[in-house]
Design a protein around this ligand. Structure first.
Ligand code: SF4
Ligand code: SF4
Length: 487
């Protein structure tokens, strides 16, 4: 765990104006980078800083956008690579189909994801946020470029010059089209591109449900990218709030080298011999005006920093201009900044990979060694038992069978448990088409003597044509006292 600055202490922030005639106490300094001292929203319009890190991020962003857009179209052997079909409750991910009964797999998968996030963050800090999170990728490489195209850029705090109304309108029209496209792509993950294409070609009245989903997602994206913006990272995202416990002293962070940079001063101050010799920071403020979350990295590590590296590119450009060494702001770690050696070998970085390896092995073991079918025994609602003409006890139950394979299956039920149990109504195998789920009625009958205190053990073996079996344990329900047979 490491400590982060949560309040901004730069001179710029300290000089935030106090508000006259306020009914309440005015804050002494700015509290959030996106909040003015009077509580109103501080709109950020970060200046783009070009540099080698921006180029790398841009390449990565476009690759990720291409993957997100094209993934629903990819099929292998006629089967979609990714399809999260909520209606039929089948989730196909990279060729593997998961069913709602795969609870164990789901739990192992979620534990693995959690461990992966913790390990990745311990090693690389918040690199995910700045380089791969869809929020940042679309905000910084789609929506902000569109905004700059129509409105220009003026750096932190918003544009002071008046922008023509048509430019603002045009920006929102383009935003809307992008959001609509994103919402359609998003829906394609859940219904598949074939059905999506059919819906797009037809009237919304023929498919009002999916139309409303697209409308809602489009609206939500408009709110996010037009209004909420960087506040998603600063306020809403739980991952950002967890940084201080996920990072340690050796985690990779974007950091300002205060030893080298301070005391700060303008370049033209350097000629005066009476001034203290300033550090390398010329206090140009470019690292602040370029920051998409509106912070000043010179205040130290802050929860708001998403490791986007824009301040690194901005500062390196300045350092080059003033003839100083680059990397006054750079990837570093708190340990390195305090003079310790950088190391990858820490308790966390040894334990987490071992746990992750165990979870991965468990996941693939369950996935690959799983049975070709699922079987669940369900009790009928209503009257739990009846009596046959011969005085035996009958339990009407249901068995839900799922064929997990791409071939037809014929399943056989073999009753066991208490002495004398048999199935009344099953004369032949239960047939399932590929990937089919069906529920069958099953009538179990047992002699009264099989029951003790109204219960009899029931063990059902479900066997496929290849001899693969699943065993289900249950109980038959019967009367507490011997019933009188019907006359
Ligand atoms: S401080 Fe630098 S790395 Fe962090 S969010 Fe701002 S510009 Fe990006
Ligand atoms: S960009 Fe570099 S030189 Fe300019 S204020 Fe930031 S740290 Fe100082």
């Amino acid at each position: 765990m490491i400590c982060m600055n949560t309040r901004h202490k730069s001179a710029r922030h300290k000089s935030a104006p106090t508000i006259p005639d306020q009914p309440f106490l005015a804050p002494g300094e700015q509290v959030l980078s996106t909040l003015e001292a009077d509580g109103s929203r501080r709109w950020l319009k970060p200046k783009l800083s070009r540099g080698k890190l921006l180029t790398r991020r841009r390449i990565m962003a476009y690759v990720l956008i291409a993957i997100f857009t094209l993934l629903p179209f990819v099929k292998i052997a006629g089967k979609p690579l990714v399809l999260l079909d909520i209606v039929t409750r089948r989730f196909t991910i990279f060729g593997f189909t998961f069913l709602p009964t795969d609870t164990v797999l789901l739990v192992i998968f979620l534990v693995g994801v959690l461990l992966g996030i913790v390990l990745f963050t311990t090693l690389f800090g918040r690199v995910w946020c700045g380089w791969a999170c869809p929020q940042t990728v679309y905000m910084e490489f789609v929506f902000r470029p569109i905004e700059r195209l129509f409105e220009g850029t003026s750096g932190r705090g918003g544009d002071k010059k008046k922008i023509a109304a048509w430019r603002i309108m045009a920006k929102y029209v383009v935003y809307f089209l992008v959001c609509l496209h994103l919402a359609n792509t998003f829906l394609a993950y859940f219904v598949g591109v074939d059905r999506m294409n059919q819906w797009v070609a037809r009237s919304p009245l023929e498919h009002p449900g999916p139309f409303l989903v697209v409308a809602f997602v489009t609206f939500a994206m408009m709110v996010d990218f037009c209004f909420f913006r960087e506040q998603m990272c600063l306020i809403a995202c739980p991952y950002g709030r967890l940084q201080s416990v996920l990072l340690d002293q050796h985690s990779l962070v974007v950091a300002y080298d205060a030893k080298r940079g301070d005391p700060r001063g303008k370049v033209n101050q350097r000629a005066g011999t009476e001034l203290p010799v300033p550090g390398d920071c010329v206090d140009c403020g470019n690292c602040v005006t370029t920051c998409p979350t509106g912070i000043d990295i010179r205040d130290g590590l802050q929860m708001e920093c998403i490791n986007c590296t824009q301040c690194i590119d901005a500062c390196n450009t300045v350092m080059k201009k003033v003839g100083r060494q680059p990397d006054l702001i750079r990837f570093s770690s708190q340990a390195v900044d305090q003079g310790a050696a950088s190391t990858l070998l820490r308790a966390r970085t040894l334990i987490y990979p071992l746990l992750l390896l165990g979870v991965t092995i468990a996941f693939f073991s369950v996935l690959l060694l799983g049975k070709p079918f699922d079987a669940v025994l369900l009790r009928n609602v209503g009257n739990p038992h009846t009596m046959t003409d011969s005085g035996q006890i009958r339990n009407l139950m249901k068995i839900k069978l799922t064929n997990r394979t791409e071939e037809s299956l014929t399943l056989e039920l073999l009753p066991g448990g208490a002495e004398g149990i048999f199935i009344e109504n099953q004369s032949r195998g239960l047939a399932l088409r590929p990937r089919e789920t069906r529920t069958f009625d099953v009538s179990f009958v047992a002699p009264y003597d099989a029951f003790s205190w109204g219960r009899a053990d029931l063990i059902v073996t479900v066997k496929d044509q290849n001899g693969i079996e699943r065993t289900l344990d249950s109980k038959l329900i019967g009367p507490y006292s011997r019933p009188v047979p019907k006359p």
